[in-house]
Design a protein around this ligand. Structure first.
Ligand code: TXA
Ligand code: MG
Length: 311
């Protein structure tokens, strides 16, 4: 299949990609976090194509994207008060809510679970595309499974050119890390994946939150159990001081170094693209500077530890 590239000028016309989605095709599109690979969330066959194109395990559920808060009501069986508060405060934005699903959501989307993850992205192109398509859009990150999430259209093409119907190029994404995922179906709301919106920000709105499933419980965000966000190179997390001795130890290996320069926001925004650039150069070991697990640092370190195989 030839992948149609759609570059938007000032008069953004999304009728074509919207109609591809409606007809059951796959369209990659920018969001404020990373690029997503969209399909009609109500069409089981369309959703299955996402899993095929990405090589994604079928037990890993997808996030359903909406363009209006009201669209959530048809997708879930009930909306707890805390969910309503979070939507009011953070949508559109990088926050995904896990709620009990309604009958209209196909099993392929939720990987057989009774819950569904939903998010309203804060990106003009994404919102307009979903609105014009007139359907909720299931979309994981638009990378081949286990590769770093794409933050530019060219990353999507590296992984999926020829496997999807179209891609909308909206430039570089703002945040560069995937959304915060919070489960609101358990007694105490639980963060399943940290992101730009932090635990502290969420607790200000809904009170006490847990960070992860208690020890002994199975991973609740199935995606978090897979090796993720990984470049091909081996990733080692280091302090700046450790770099010289590690370099000596690694001898003739091709080494790449990623230091935290600038703000956490800047670090997050460029991290995945640096991983991809280093893979292209044939780097064998990437040394990445550890950062403080505070604010956005929690999400950054989560992705780094995963890439390093530490969690
Ligand atoms: O920022 C984002 O969230 C991006 C953009 C495209 O919206 N999407 C994204 O999707 O990162 P994906 O599929 O790469 O990650 C979704 C995560 C996975 O860890 C998955 O297991 C979890 O959300 N998830 C989805 N549905 C779930 C559910 N019903 N219960 C628990 N976890 C769920
Ligand atoms: Mg992903």
């Amino acid at each position: 299949m030839k992948t149609l590239r759609i570059k938007l000028g000032n008069n953004s016309d999304l009728r074509l990609p919207a109609s591809i989605l409606r007809k059951g095709g796959l369209v990659a599109f920018p969001t404020e976090t990373v690029y997503g690979l969209g399909a009609n969330a109500l069409d089981e066959n369309a959703v299955k194509k996402i899993f095929e194109a990405k090589g994604r395990p079928s037990d890993n559920p997808l996030i359903v994207h909406v363009s209006d808060k009201e669209e959530l009501f048809a997708l879930v069986s009930k909306v707890p008060e805390k969910a309503q508060k979070l939507m009011d405060k953070f949508w559109p934005g990088p926050l995904t809510l896990v709620l009990n699903k309604s009958k209209s959501v196909p099993r392929a989307v939720t990987a057989g679970q009774e819950t569904v993850a939903i998010r309203m992205p804060n990106n003009k192109i994404a919102l307009e595309l979903i609105k014009q398509s007139g359907i909720p859009v299931a979309a994981p990150s638009a990378n081949v499974s286990t590769r770093p999430s794409p933050t530019e259209a060219k990353h999507v093409l590296e992984d999926l050119d020829g496997k999807i119907d179209a891609i909308i190029d909206g430039g570089r994404t703002d945040i560069g890390l995937e959304s915060t995922v919070i489960d609101l179906t358990s007694e105490t709301p639980t963060i399943l994946r940290p992101g730009k919106i932090t635990k502290e920000e969420l607790e200000k709105v809904i009170g006490k939150i847990e960070t992860k499933a208690k020890a002994g419980k199975v991973a609740k965000a199935p995606g978090m159990k897979y090796k993720h966000y990984s470049p091909k190179a081996k990733v080692i997390l280091v302090t700046k001081k450790e770099i010289p001795s590690l370099k000596r130890k690694l001898g003739t290996k091709k080494i790449g170094i990623i230091l935290k320069e600038g703000t956490f926001e800047e670090f997050a925004k460029s991290l995945f693209s640096k991983f991809r650039e280093m893979d292209k150069k044939g780097i064998e070991v990437i040394l990445v500077e550890k950062i403080k697990e505070k604010g956005l640092g929690v999400a950054i370190m989560n992705r780094l530890k995963k890439a390093a195989g530490e969690i």
